[in-house]
Design a protein around this ligand. Structure first.
Ligand code: 0RA
Length: 648
């Protein structure tokens, strides 16, 4: 993937270094993933990672990020400062080697192996190559040094520019607009979320972020500072803010097995969902891997042994499965691996075999101790597991019932579905419509060749608060499964989807443009997020946006989607204008609904996406919106009101 592994990385040939930098500019996506928003922010992570490494080595306590007004960004740390002396092999300063040699980052200091590192771990030289300008400033041994670069090439050697009693490294870079054509503005929210996460994953460091482009109401630049004293257990508190814990403590463990540092924190809450987050070298391993399977194995084995020896499971008439041990579990697993092998579609699945047993042994040890020392919590956990096993058994029966019914109704499309005639799923779309009356209008208005309509009655079940078998027993939800052609999962993995038979590639949620309507869309989205997440990740889920107003004068008619648009049209039309506010889909006639909301030529669909870098944010989002706790929900909606309107 990256040139990291190429044999020539220690070559003294500076011409090759130059070629390396040119290759980065020619094929940036090979190094940073893409040249869109992700790639742009990746540059920042790459620079910050170096400072995190310095902090992990024990030499740095503060890292600050500053988004500057001129579209550059500065990362500063108070570490030892990158050495500026002559690098013997390369014949230039060590600083220049770090900044210009692809794959050199930190390698010359063999004692501290690099444990952080962005997804691609390509080093700061890549950032340099992709920046129209970059300045590195080093504060060391009472002096300040500086070197400037353009598109990765030094403008001159490192210069001593003054005295300083500071210590540390400062890098300011301006991403090259020739490379990042679509986007060059850093997003404060994206960066601050990542910095919060990094502070949980690397306790003790203070990471601050300041945005000089934005002022708050007092005229100060927007800023935040993150510092986690407890690390992962504080991460768990943050993730589970709106859930109700059922045990007294966060179970945590920190250790090293076979040279692999392993850190885990976990808690059980009263919800029914499993909420696991795993990291390798600070990278969110979205696709899991050997560390996660090690965790699962350690957890299952230890709890099983404990439950059996406690006698609590003697009367159970069925087996407890792996899933049952993780219902209502929130956990973060963080490991550091010297040479991680990343696999999977998004290269976020750890492949190293040896990590599995290291994590499993660590987790078993930690849990055994905890269960031994906390009999009250242990009993609560075992009881929760038993309840989960019973519910799963009930769900199996419910599932068998669906399957029987499907067979009995022959083929089994729900009666309420008005299907389309096209049979190629990639050309088909289905509208999930709130209410039978709007469903009727949609049925008249649609293009029956490729558009199907499934009306849903009233509020669908809040799956966040329901046990699995209730979800599978719910009629509206069963209709969604059968209409989409997606099977209900197996007993081993109740949420495993068979997507091969997906009957529509666009699944469009169409609800009223009011508070109730957005609540219903959120309920439906929560269902997709919890039970058909693959569809969300694959970008199959959309939200339709019906207009709010009809502005009319004589036979001139226009639709408006917000108040500003409405006022502009009203002004254009002048006197005699009439404004109709649509209260719901049902108020539009079939033609109007087609024109504004369903016709692919003229409608606006919002595609729902899950940002892989921030799966834990999505997790918090749904659990807060749909959970029991009112005060955090209100606060959350207030804090995220704008975001909520834009993105979901
Ligand atoms: C290796 C050796 C030394 C410092 C660093 C790496 C270092 C690198 C970065 C990158 C960003 N900030 C950094 N801070 C330090 C110095 C070894 C010594 O002083 O003896």
């Amino acid at each position: 993937m990256s040139t990291n592994n190429k044999k020539n990385q220690y070559s003294a040939d500076s011409i090759q270094a130059l070629e390396g930098m040119e290759h980065v500019r020619k094929r940036p996506s090979m190094y940073i993933g893409d040249v869109g928003s992700r790639g742009l922010h990746h540059l920042v992570y790459e620079v910050v990672d170096n400072s995190i490494d310095e902090a992990m080595a024990g030499y740095c306590s503060e890292i600050s990020i500053e988004i500057n007004k001129d579209s550059s960004l500065t990362v500063e740390d108070n570490g030892r400062g990158i050495p500026v002396g002559l690098h013997k092999k390369e014949g230039v300063s060590a600083l220049e080697v770090v900044m210009t040699k692809i794959g050199a980052g930190g390698k010359f200091d063999k004692d501290s192996y690099k444990v952080s590192g962005g997804l691609h771990g390509v080093g700061v030289s890549c950032v340099n190559a992709l920046s129209e300008s970059l300045t590195a400033r080093v504060f060391r041994e009472g002096k300040e040094y500086e070197q400037h670069y353009s598109k990765g090439k030094p403008n001159g050697p490192v210069k001593e520019v003054g005295k300083s009693d500071k210590r540390g490294t400062l890098v300011t870079f301006t991403p090259d607009k020739e490379i990042f054509k679509e986007i060059t503005d850093f997003d404060y929210e994206i960066l601050s979320k990542r910095m919060r996460e990094l502070s949980f994953l690397n306790k003790g460091i203070t990471i601050s972020i300041l945005d000089n482009r934005k002022k708050d109401k007092d005229g100060n630049s927007v800023s935040e500072s993150f510092h986690s004293k407890e690390g992962l257990s504080e991460f768990i508190k943050y993730l589970d803010e709106s859930r109700e814990p059922i045990i007294n403590n966060i179970i945590k463990m920190e250790g090293e097995k076979n040279g692999i540092p392993v850190e885990v924190a976990m808690i059980y809450n009263s919800s029914f969902s499993e909420n696991l987050h795993s990291y390798v070298n600070n990278i969110n391993t979205h696709e899991g891997g050997t560390h996660l399977s090690g965790f699962r194995r350690g957890l299952t084995n230890t709890l099983k042994k404990y439950a059996e020896s406690s006698g609590l499971t003697d009367k159970l008439k069925f087996d407890i499965s792996g899933d049952d041990f993780r219902e209502g579990l929130t956990a973060v697993i963080s490991v550091k691996v010297a040479e991680p092998q990343f696999e999977g579609q998004t290269k976020t699945k750890l492949g190293n075999r040896e990590v599995s047993s290291a994590v499993s042994q660590s987790v078993s040890q930690m849990l055994e101790d905890y269960l031994e020392e906390n009999p009250e919590d242990s009993k609560i956990i075992v009881q929760k597991v038993i309840l989960a096993a019973q519910a799963r058994n009930a769900a199996r029966q419910a599932r068998e019932m669906i399957q029987r019914k499907t067979v009995m109704t022959g083929g089994g499309l729900p009666g309420k579905l008005s299907d389309c005639s096209e049979t190629d799923p990639s050309k088909c779309e289905v509208f999930l419509v709130e209410g039978d009356s709007a469903g009727g209008t949609a049925k008249q208005g649609r293009d029956r060749v490729f558009q199907a309509i499934l009306p849903l009655r009233g509020k669908i079940l809040n799956v966040e608060k329901a046990q699995q078998h209730r979800v599978f027993e719910n009629e509206e939800i069963r209709n969604i499964y059968t209409a989409l052609g997606v099977s209900v999962g197996t007993e081993e993995d109740s949420k495993a989807l068979n997507l091969e038979k997906l009957r529509y590639h666009k699944i469009i949620i169409m609800c009223d443009a009011d508070v109730d309507g957005s609540h219903i869309s959120t309920l439906i989205l929560t269902f997709f997020f919890r039970y058909m997440r693959e569809l969300v990740e694959a970008g199959n889920i959309y939200i339709a946006t019906p207009p709010l107003y009809l502005v009319k004068k004589g036979n001139k008619k226009v639709y408006a989607w917000d108040d500003k648009e409405r006022d502009n049209y009203a002004k254009d039309f002048g006197s005699g204008v009439s404004i109709q506010r649509y209260k719901g889909l049902g108020e539009m006639n079939a033609d109007q609904l087609w024109d504004t909301t369903m016709n692919p030529e003229s409608r606006t669909l919002r595609q729902i996406s899950l940002n892989f870098d921030n799966s834990q944010e999505a997790e918090r989002w749904f659990s807060t919106l749909m959970g029991d706790d009112v005060p955090p929900r209100r606060k959350f909606i207030e804090d995220n009101a704008v975001y909520a309107k834009i993105d979901v």
